[in-house]
Ligand binder design. Structure first.
Ligand SMILES: CC1=C(O)/C(=C\N=C(/Cc2ccccc2)C(=O)O)C(COP(=O)(O)O)=CN1
Length: 457
């Protein structure tokens, strides 16, 4: 992908420093070999997540100065509502503090003990809220999504035959909604195609099963449809986003990704009864239905971020940075998930450390090794993230054992990406000979990914 100059100039900078090797060794030991527990000032280039870590524009910051902090009826809420209605097309908008706020409310509204929720690969918090309300998640993503080397451009597609088999097995009345992620985070930021989403809509409509979109990175997904799906090349990203949403009954949105905000989110639905139910729960869990756990200034930042996110030059600049890092690693022969996703380059830790058993956590081990090499922080997306099967208690073994390098939007330059590429190439060469990984010294009961501690085996 050609690397064109960014469509912005820098107005404010935040100094960063490279911790010394000795500081990095001390820090990773103190963090129990879990990069999630490193302090930010111990990290040089932070690719832990693209969630909430993006650089806002001067207009977003300016918007924060005029945020309406009224408890009820904030003007900022109505500007946020108008932005969601204009670009995503849903009529009823319920503000929440971030994506998990939407997942909590949606699951409490729709999921009951015994519910079955099909989706295109799990995401940790989404599945956690479905399970907390007694539901069971069923992965119905196409099998190629689990193959890091498959070059198919739409690995986020739903396997419609698998979905239909599940519907007939459990009964449509036990399926409160189909959960569709765009893009699919745990597959490496892989998009779903418009054709598949259209066919999914037709299938679910036959059984009167709603489709709820996880829209966290839906603008990135729209870019991939524009670039790679026939018949969409002449449409704008904004038009494609609108059409994607038009095929669904609602969406959960973390505004911390596509919308460049540091906090914020929303739940949007078409059904007025569901909207009413959700608004009643917002008062219990998020605040009032006109601020939803956000300050007025945050709602301003989100509203302006939505408008910026669909600008063609912004989304192109975003995608090209991720593609640049991915292409450098591919050229060096480092095993990564292909095609390169929208928000991250995912290192195939199982291929990079083939001699490390899955229950010694290759991805966790690789993330620690990468930090030690250069102060670069990635995130484990493998056995540790997958957690334990609630029935057997055994570690779940997802087919993908990845270290995700998520690129924050408008934050790092190509020079930083070159530092990361050189470090990954060095580390990957060293790790081929590594034969042992890590073992737990502390394992939390839920979402262990964040708080677990390890020691070298
Ligand atoms: C597709 C998708 C997401 O990626 C997402 C959050 N992603 C995150 C943040 C995260 C969350 C849990 C474990 C590790 C990292 C990411 O680092 O990728 C949420 C929750 O949103 P929230 O963080 O605003 O609550 C919903 N859907």
């Amino acid at each position: 992908m050609p690397y064109t100059a960014e469509p912005w100039r820098i107005k404010v900078v935040e100094p960063i420093r490279i911790p010394t090797r000795e500081e990095r060794e001390r820090a990773i030991l103190t963090a129990g070999y879990n990069v999630s527990l490193l302090r930010s000032d111990e990290v040089y280039i932070d690719l832990y997540t693209d969630s909430g870590t993006n650089a806002m524009s001067d207009r977003q910051w300016a918007g924060m100065m005029i945020g309406d902090e009224a408890y009820a009826g904030s003007s900022s809420f109505y500007r946020l509502e108008a932005a969601v209605q204009r670009y995503y097309g849903y009529p009823h908008v319920i503000p929440v503090h971030q994506g998990r706020g939407a997942e909590n409310i949606l699951s409490r509204c729709l999921v009951r003990p015994g519910s079955h929720i099909p989706g295109n690969m799990y995401f940790t918090t989404t599945r956690a809220h479905q399970e907390l309300n007694g539901g069971s998640f069923h992965d119905v993503i196409v099998s190629r999504a689990h193959d890091p080397s498959s070059e198919h451009p739409f690995k986020g597609d739903v396997d419609l035959d698998a979905l239909e088999r599940l519907i007939h097995k459990v009964g449509a009345d036990t399926i409160p909604y189909v959960s569709v992620a765009a893009t699919v985070n745990m597959a490496g930021g892989q998009p779903i195609s418009m054709a598949n989403l259209t066919a999914l809509r037709e299938l679910t409509a036959q059984h009167r099963i709603p489709v709820i979109l996880d829209a966290a990175r839906a603008v990135e997904n729209a870019w991939f449809i524009q670039q790679h799906e026939p018949d969409w090349g002449e449409h704008s990203v904004a038009e494609i986003l609108w059409q994607m949403c038009a095929l669904t009954d609602g969406a959960c949105m973390s505004a911390k990704k596509d919308s460049y905000a540091n906090i914020g989110g929303w739940l949007a639905v078409r059904d007025p009864g569901l909207a009413e139910q959700a608004r009643n729960l917002v008062v219990v869990y998020e605040g009032l239905h006109t601020y939803g756990g956000m300050a007025g200034r945050d709602m301003e930042a989100v509203a302006r971020g939505i408008e910026e996110s669909v600008q063609e030059d912004n989304i192109r600049a975003r995608i090209q940075q991720v593609a640049y890092l991915g292409e450098r690693l591919i050229q060096a022969g480092v095993p990564v998930v292909r095609p390169i996703g929208g928000h991250a380059v995912c290192l195939d830790a199982a291929a990079i450390m083939p001699a490390v058993p899955r229950d010694q956590f290759p991805a966790q081990t690789l993330a620690a090794a990468l930090y030690l090499d250069s102060g670069t922080r990635g995130a484990e997306r493998g056995v540790v993230s997958a957690g334990r099967d609630p029935v057997t208690g055994e570690n779940r073994h997802p087919r993908l054992e990845l270290v995700r390098l998520a690129i924050p939007r408008r934050v790092y330059t190509r020079s930083h990406l070159d530092v990361v590429a050189d470090s990954v190439i060095r580390t990957a060469q060293h790790c081929q000979a590594v034969t042992t990984g890590l073992s737990f010294t502390h394992e939390p009961a839920t979402l262990r990914f964040f708080q677990a501690r390890f020691a070298p085996v």
